[in-house]
Ligand binder design. Structure first.
Ligand code: ATP
Length: 368
């Protein structure tokens, strides 16, 4: 099992100094607005990902008026104990350590333990444009498949280059001669993305549907379908089998790409179509249904992590209980089993539904 035994914060956001122990099951953190609940989850997320989910600037994490900040945890993983720590400084490079040994890069540090986060922004997974859903797929796949991460980096680089060629070819028509090579390499990297996204989506769809059904007491059917380049007959096929179909699609759009000066063909337009009871969730889901669907997708992501690594990741649920009816709240508090969970909420009256686990009260940067 993977779980955080304790957390120490020093000058992190609104925490001056704080040490807290956690239980291996569900940990509910409640308190009024702006007391430090999300900050606590942010610290745990940082230890797992070497970055915040709210800001790109580490300086923002250091308490106002201070020069450095620290986050540290004792973590159980399998039957071993790890000490993971981060030191942030406004004047020097940050220090990332596992068991006292410095890790030079985020890639070397991140992933010692895994987290799955649900924050209010994840409602965009259901309601917003396709980019959010592609990011969701990419974030998961990059963590577990290095080949995918390499293909994505290559695709992004080539895509940006191709866009520049298409923009500049009006003034410099000679640039067009390089397009063929870019298109081939884009399609090669794109075929890898499509293959992995298709496998992921199919597992995600099955798992999230089962969770959503339980969550809604059997009243709702969630379905998720992967949408990619339409000439590809079987997106789960091996990349080399996908490649000719991508090249065919690119060919069909060659003129249009030059006329519109934009890249129209490839998996950078992929999406996940999400329906609830046969209707597009984007247009028709209520707020509670949207939250249930987004949360089911995140809980499915947690199951897929477990299927891949053999351990449940630590689940961080920020402000998930509001807008859910009592039965759905009960599901969150009591039916997510198998790994450690952190849930933040505002009022403690909901906690009457909590059967097991530990409750913490956060007030102006202190945890009791
Ligand atoms: N670098 C910092 N130094 C000191 N305080 C900070 C820093 N960054 C943020 N804060 C403070 O942290 C508080 C917000 O904490 P947090 O986002 O954890 O709130 P929360 O308890 O999750 O509230 P809500 O229920 O409203 O989401 C704010 O009062 C903010 O001013």
């Amino acid at each position: 099992m993977m779980y955080l035994k304790s957390l120490k914060l020093e000058h992190f956001r609104n925490y001056r100094e704080c040490g807290v122990s956690f239980c291996p099951g569900i940990n509910v953190v409640y308190g009024d607005n702006a007391q430090g609940k999300t900050n606590l989850l942010e610290a745990i997320f940082y230890l797992s990902n070497a970055k915040s989910f709210r800001t790109h600037s580490d300086r923002e994490l250091i308490q106002f008026g201070q020069e450095d900040a620290g986050i540290a945890t004792e973590l159980f993983l399998g039957d071993r104990e790890y000490n993971i720590s981060v030191r942030l400084s406004s004047a020097a490079r940050r220090r990332l350590c596992v068991n006292g040994i410095p890790r030079r890069t985020a890639a070397e540090f991140a992933g010692t333990f895994r987290t799955v986060l649900f924050s209010p922004e994840d409602l965009y997974l259901v309601k917003e444009g396709a980019a959010v859903r592609r990011k969701f797929m990419d974030f998961f796949l990059c963590q577990i498949r290095p080949r995918y991460a390499r293909a994505l980096a290559e695709y992004t680089r080539l895509y940006e280059h191709k866009i520049r060629i298409l923009k500049d070819c009006g003034e410099k028509p000679s640039l067009l001669s390089t397009l063929e090579d870019f298109n081939l390499r884009l399609a090669q990297a794109g075929a890898v993305l499509i293959h992995y996204r298709a496998l992921f989506s199919s597992l995600l769809s099955q798992t999230a549907a089962g969770i959503h059904s339980d969550f809604s007491g059997g009243t709702e059917v969630l379905s998720i379908r992967y949408k990619t380049v339409k000439t590809v007959p079987d997106p789960a096929a091996q990349p080399k089998e996908i490649l000719p179909f991508l090249l065919e699609h690119q060919k069909g759009l060659y003129r249009a790409e030059i006329e519109t000066r934009s890249c129209l063909s490839g998996p950078h337009k992929d999406d996940l179509e999400i329906d609830i009871n046969g209707k597009p969730a984007k247009s028709f889901a209520s707020q509670g249904q949207t939250r249930t669907a987004a949360l089911s997708m995140k809980l499915a992501e947690r199951e897929l992590h477990c299927g891949d690594g053999g351990e449940y990741p630590v689940l961080l649920l920020d402000d998930v209980l509001s807008e859910l009816d009592p039965r759905r709240q009960e599901f969150v508090l009591n039916r997510i089993t198998g790994g450690q969970v952190f849930v933040t909420c505002c009022e403690d009256e909901r906690l009457g539904r909590l059967l097991d686990g530990a409750v913490y009260h956060v007030e102006t940067g202190t945890v009791k």
